[in-house]
Design a protein around this ligand. Structure first.
Ligand code: NAP
Length: 284
């Protein structure tokens, strides 16, 4: 049976450390790091994510502000809101909750966030800097996974790493971070041929595809580390990952559960990035 990687516990330890550093920052500089989260519309999943981000910020001693805009907000209005936050010295990090309603251009909105306040690391400048390995901010989910691997003392150098999924927010940056950590990385996607043959070579398998229980035991090398990013509802409405946990845990060496695995680590990186943004604001 695999070792179950407890993302909740690791996240709590890392967040306690961040809270201590936030307290020291406040004592030294007389102000708290501040995060502004903009949400457009009332998508239920997005509302839950935003609420959790606000709660985590406050628990870490940071200021957090949620700006709720109606579903019918125009792009001009949303850009005006982002520009206002960009000019506000009490706001160090800006996050626009995605996805946006269809009539809004996500790329244009992300481009309006100043790179030094881009705590999601989605702007062109920050994505480019990640590629070069010279960054202030890392995208929250992949960086959370790297923290988790580090805390679990899982060595990446020289390991065969396979990432399933090539999205801009998870798959691609995940592959890049594993590469920076000297993993030998393969990225798979919906056009990959003989997927199971590739995944069976992985010492570390990261799955981010958005399909309930897609990865089965026959796709996993015995003893592999399996990181499940997926957040899906199965036919019964139960929250589950992209990995068939019950079968795969019998084969893997270590595995993250859903819920309680990668999810809590994502917000942890957001806190780290907001503290970094506040520090950087002092250097201006
Ligand atoms: P996405 O943008 O929909 O990307 C999915 C990727 O999976 C695509 O690259 C797609 O390939 C690939 N894919 C789809 N079907 C496949 C198949 N049958 N075989 C191989 N590859 C396949 O999704 P995402 O934003 O990366 O999110 C992935 C999952 O992670 C979702 O469940 C999401 O809810 C979850 N998530 C969780 C967190 C967290 O904090 N826990 C954060 C972010 C996302 P193509 O490129 O060829 O289409």
């Amino acid at each position: 049976m695999a070792h179950i990687i407890d993302g909740k516990k690791i996240a709590a330890e890392v967040r306690a450390d961040i809270a201590e550093r936030v307290a020291a920052f406040k004592a030294e500089n007389g102000f708290a790091p501040g995060l502004a989260v903009v949400i457009v519309g009332s998508d239920p999943a997005s509302c839950v994510y935003v609420r959790n981000k606000k709660k985590a910020c406050e628990a870490a001693g940071m200021n957090s502000r949620v700006i709720e805009l109606s579903e019918n907000t125009t792009e001009e209005e949303l850009l005006a809101c982002v520009n206002e936050l960009a000019a506000d010295n009490t706001v160090h990090g800006i996050l626009v909750q995605l996805p946006l309603p269809k009539h809004l251009d996500e790329n244009a909105v992300i481009a309006a966030i100043p790179p030094e306040k881009d705590v999601d690391a989605f702007t062109t400048e920050n994505v480019g800097r990640i590629m070069l390995g010279d960054f202030d901010f890392l995208p929250c989910t992949p960086a959370g996974i790297m923290t988790m691997l580090r805390q679990e003392k899982i060595d990446i150098a020289g390991k065969r790493c396979v990432v399933i999924g090539r999205s801009n927010i998870v798959g691609k940056p995940m592959a890049m971070l594993l590469l920076h950590a000297n993993g030998t990385v393969t990225v798979c996607h919906s056009r990959t041929k003989n997927l199971a043959e590739v995944t069976r070579e992985a010492d570390i398998l990261v799955v981010a595809i958005g399909k309930a229980r897609f990865v089965t035991a026959d796709m996993v090398k015995p003893g592999a580390v399996v990181i499940d990013v997926g957040m899906n509802r199965d036919a019964k409405g139960k929250l589950c990952g992209d990995v068939d946990f019950d079968c795969v845990e019998k084969v893997a060496g270590a595995i993250t559960p859903v819920p309680g695995g990668v999810g809590p680590m994502t917000i942890t990186t957001l806190l780290e990035n907001t503290l970094t943004a506040a520090r950087r604001s002092l250097e201006k």
